[in-house]
Write a protein that binds this ligand. Sequence first.
Ligand SMILES: [Zn+2]
Length: 203
Amino acid sequence: MDHESPVYLHQLPVPGEERYVSLALVNSRFTLSHGRVDLLDDAEAAHLWLVRHELLPDRAALNGRQFGRLLGLRQALRALFTAYGTQAVPPADSLAVLNSALAAAPPIPRLDWTADGPRRAHTPDADNPVGTALSLLAEDAADLLTGAEAGQLAECAAQGCARWFLRSHAARRWCTTKCGNRVRAARAYAAKQGRAALGRTRP
Ligand SMILES: [Zn+2]
């Protein structure tokens, strides 16, 4: 493990992110015990995030306007996930942002065939690689929301965490065991304080 890298890189993986990159996008802003972390802090960080998630070729640039669109999509996805989680109709503008990203520059589908066998792949729009990245993220979210796993979509119940995950079983409430432990420790502390306060008020 690289001890020089920032603390958030050592976070436990959130279930579902490995299969749905749209979930990883929503979770790119979260809270740790020492404060908020935003993996899309500026355009450079956002470029790195897109390249790391294999959505953008390294040489493709990300300008300020495109960076703004990515942040807008992240916000819209959070609103759509929240609407799904609360069985509400999402705000019309969030749906419009997703639909506009879907249509930004859909990649051209293709079939690759190597020694390992056939594999679906895509060719990004050479004139608009960032548009393709937005389209892929929006399509991933649309697949998640309409697919068989949508019912497992849940927001972490730890206060302030704000990450979304796919529940492995119905009773699971925390995105990671770290969040579960944090909440249990806070509860134990509150209970102890409560007992102490009760002790003080007794005659
Ligand atoms: Zn959490």
